[in-house]
Design a protein around this ligand. Structure first.
Ligand code: UDP
Length: 321
């Protein structure tokens, strides 16, 4: 298929673009490089380094079989401070994309959604029919886009799949997490291990969990990318399907730090800090629907293995720097 990958110079987007190229698809990456990196675009993919808002019509006029839409603003904390950036950058831009797809007859969409659409869950593991009550602007904008996609699928026959990611981690060779402002736990711990940060702050140890720290479902970015390939193949005209993507296992902040210590051999000093606002105690996915309907099965569920891949990536970057 000829595919447009928005945000294909970012973390998840670049891994997906690489897997798409490897599996024989023709890939065009559209990324304004505001947070992505041109050298993360895989060989064999064409990069258009422009803003979606400026060029999406003419780009889609070339003719595409589908779009994988990763481009987004994705920092929860920033979304609380600067909501306009998120409503504009996520919702308005995605509506432009949907309209351009309709205008140019682009038949398929795979959308990068998030567990943040659910907010504080009543029950874990979280199923797709759980109530959606986002607790931050980031999650609210992603949920708004999901609603818009449903409307376009129903009214205009779009074949659409939204994938709600839990905590994406790990790396795929030279494709990994390279954020200018790092907020995620595993890369932060690995910064400590590589000597670029002194210690890690554990945000709260008085949650109602076994060791008092928050529990999350860490999914390997390659398993996540493979779900995108399956979603693309299974997308059906006139339907908008939604799938949670996680391993179904929860690990606490303390367990993650311990796994990083074991993998890196670094003592990783950690200290308890106040809770981070808006953090639910436990977020674990039920990905049963993705397993049964897409035939997806995560292969890289071992936390140490996920951390090891991220660590190899971190080390290779620091050698280059
Ligand atoms: N966390 C932490 N210290 C950090 C970064 C994150 O204790 O420096 C915790 C955070 O409160 C959450 C978990 O680690 O419970 C995962 O956070 P992350 O930002 O990686 O992903 P999120 O679950 O927010 O999507």
């Amino acid at each position: 298929m000829k595919l447009l990958v928005t945000g294909g110079a970012g973390y998840v987007g670049s891994v997906c673009a690489a897997r798409l190229v490897e599996t024989g698809h023709e890939v065009v990456v559209l990324d304004d490089l505001s947070t992505g990196h041109a050298d993360a675009v895989p060989e064999g993919a064409r990069l258009i380094a422009e803003d979606i808002d400026d060029v999406i019509g003419p780009v889609l006029a070339e003719g595409f079989d589908g779009v994988l839409h990763f481009a987004a603003k994705s920092l929860v904390g920033e979304s609380q401070q600067a909501p306009a950036k998120y409503w504009q950058g996520n919702v308005v831009t995605s509506l432009r994309l949907l309209d351009a797809m309709r205008e140019h007859g682009t038949p398929r969409l795979v959308f990068s959604s998030t567990a943040a659409t659910y907010g504080e869950p009543d029950q874990v593991p979280i199923v797709e029919t759980a109530p959606t009550r986002p607790t931050n602007t980031y999650g609210a904008t992603k949920l708004a886009i999901d609603h818009a996609i449903t409307g376009y699928a129903t009214a205009h026959g779009l074949a659409a799949v939204s994938l709600r990611y839990f905590n994406v981690a790990g790396a795929y060779g030279r494709y990994g997490e390279r954020h200018a402002v790092e907020t995620h736990l595993i890369p932060i711990v690995l910064q400590v291990a590589s000597g670029t940060r002194e210690k890690v702050a554990m945000y709260g140890d008085d949650y109602p969990t076994d060791d008092g720290t928050c529990v999350r479902d860490y999914i390997h970015v390659v398993d996540l990318a493979d779900a995108h390939l399956k979603a693309l193949a299974n997308a059906t005209g006139g339907e908008h399907r939604i799938y949670n993507l996680g391993n179904g296992f929860g690990f606490s902040v303390k367990q993650v730090i311990e796994a990083c210590r074991e993998v890196t051999g670094h003592p990783v000093p950690a200290e308890v800090s106040p809770r981070r606002s808006g953090d639910p105690a436990v977020l674990v996915a039920s990905a049963e629907r993705a397993r049964t309907e897409l035939g997806w099965k995560p292969e890289r569920v071992d936390l140490a293995g996920i951390v090891r891949d991220a660590w190899e990536f971190t080390q290779s970057r620091s050698q280059e720097a």
